[in-house]
Design a protein. Structure first.
Length: 301
C-alpha cells in the first residue's frame, strides 16, 4: 500500500491535470518551479554553487568525491522545469551517492524546438569533460523527458565524437512521443496526470513543424544503443509511461547493454520528487546510490 506521504505526488499531478483541463495558464515559471520543488525536503549538508557563465548549478554534498559527477537532466515535458525545481531532488541523490552533481537549464519549448534541447545537453557534457572530469567518472541521470534526454544526449554526443559516460540512471523516462504504449490504456485511471493526448500535445510543441517523433535523438528506441554503459531505470507502477520504461529496458538489453529495471507498485510519475518525505522516494534514491557507487569506483556505504 502506498504511503500517505507519497500521496503528495499524486495530489501535485492531479492539480496540474485539473489546471490543464481547465486551461489555466501559469505564466510564472519561477512560481511553478517553487511549487514543484515543494514536494522535496531540503537535504542537509549540501552546498549549491552557481556556475559562472552557464545556466547551471553545482550540488556539492559535504565530503563528496570531487572527481565523480552526476550530470542531471530535469523533467518538465520540455516546456517547464529548471535547475531550481529539481535541485533538491538531485541533491538528495548526490548526497546518497557521495558525488557532486551538475544540474542545468536547457532551452524550453515552444520557443526552442528539437534539437535545441539535446544539443544544449551535449554542449554541457562537452563543457564538463573540459573541466577535467573523465567520462568514466560521469553518470547521466534524469526524470521524465530528462530521463529520455539522458539517453539521446549520449547518442548525439557519440555522433560528434565525444566519449560515452560510465552509465545512466533514467527514472520515469519519457521516450515514446507517439504514445503507443499499452500502459496508456491499462493505467489510464491510475495515472493522476498523463494521458495519451497530453503527451502527443507536448510532442507537438517540442518537435515543432519539422521534427519527427521517430528521430533517434528524440526517441532512443529508434537509435543504436550498442556500446552504452549500464542503465538503471526506475518507474512507477501506476504511470501511463510504464511501457516507455519497459521498452527502453528491452531495447537496451537487445543491444547488449547491461540494464536493470525497477517498477515501484502504486507509484506515480517521478515519485522520487518526494525525497525526504515519502519512504518510497527515499528507497528509490538509496537504490540508485547503491547501484551507481560501484560504477563510479566509490566504496559501497
Amino acid at each position: 500500500m502506498a504511503s500517505k506521504e507519497s500521496e503528495a505526488v499524486r495530489r501535485h499531478w492531479a492539480a496540474n491535470r485539473k489546471a490543464a483541463e481547465e486551461n489555466i495558464q501559469d505564466g510564472d515559471q519561477e512560481l511553478a518551479d517553487h511549487r514543484w520543488a515543494g514536494l522535496t525536503t531540503e537535504p542537509a549538508e549540501v552546498d549549491y554553487l552557481a556556475v559562472p557563465g552557464r545556466r547551471a548549478m553545482w550540488l556539492v554534498p559535504h565530503g563528496a568525491a570531487a572527481d565523480r559527477v552526476l550530470l542531471c537532466l530535469h523533467g518538465g515535458g520540455f516546456i517547464g522545469g529548471s535547475q531550481y525545481s529539481h535541485r533538491k531532488l538531485f541533491a538528495h541523490l548526490a548526497r546518497a551517492v557521495g558525488a557532486r552533481a551538475l544540474v542545468f537549464d536547457y532551452p524550453l519549448a515552444p520557443d526552442h524546438t528539437h534539437p535545441a534541447q539535446v544539443d544544449d545537453a551535449v554542449d554541457t557534457y562537452r563543457w564538463l569533460l573540459g573541466q577535467g572530469i573523465a567520462p568514466e567518472h560521469i553518470v547521466f541521470t534524469g526524470d521524465s523527458v530528462g530521463g529520455g534526454l539522458a539517453i539521446t544526449t549520449q547518442l548525439r554526443a557519440r555522433s560528434v565524437g565525444l566519449p560515452l559516460p560510465a552509465g545512466t540512471m533514467p527514472f520515469s523516462p519519457a521516450v515514446d512521443f507517439e504514445a503507443t504504449g499499452a500502459s496508456y490504456d491499462t493505467n489510464r485511471d491510475r495515472d493522476a496526470f498523463f494521458h495519451r493526448d497530453l503527451v502527443r500535445g507536448l510532442a507537438w510543441m517540442f518537435l515543432g513543424p519539422d521534427g519527427s517523433p521517430r528521430d533517434p535523438f528524440v526517441n532512443p528506441l529508434y537509435g543504436d544503443l550498442t556500446g552504452l554503459g549500464p542503465i538503471y531505470i526506475q518507474v512507477g507502477g501506476d504511470e501511463v509511461l510504464l511501457d516507455d520504461a519497459q521498452q527502453l529496458a528491452a531495447a537496451a538489453e537487445k543491444a547488449g547493454v547491461e540494464v536493470q529495471l525497477d517498477v515501484f507498485p502504486e507509484m506515480q510519475h517521478t515519485f522520487q520528487m518526494a525525497a525526504g518525505r515519502a519512504p518510497e522516494a527515499d528507497d528509490a534514491i538509496q537504490r540508485m546510490a547503491l547501484w551507481v557507487r560501484p560504477l563510479l569506483g566509490l566504496e559501497t556505504r
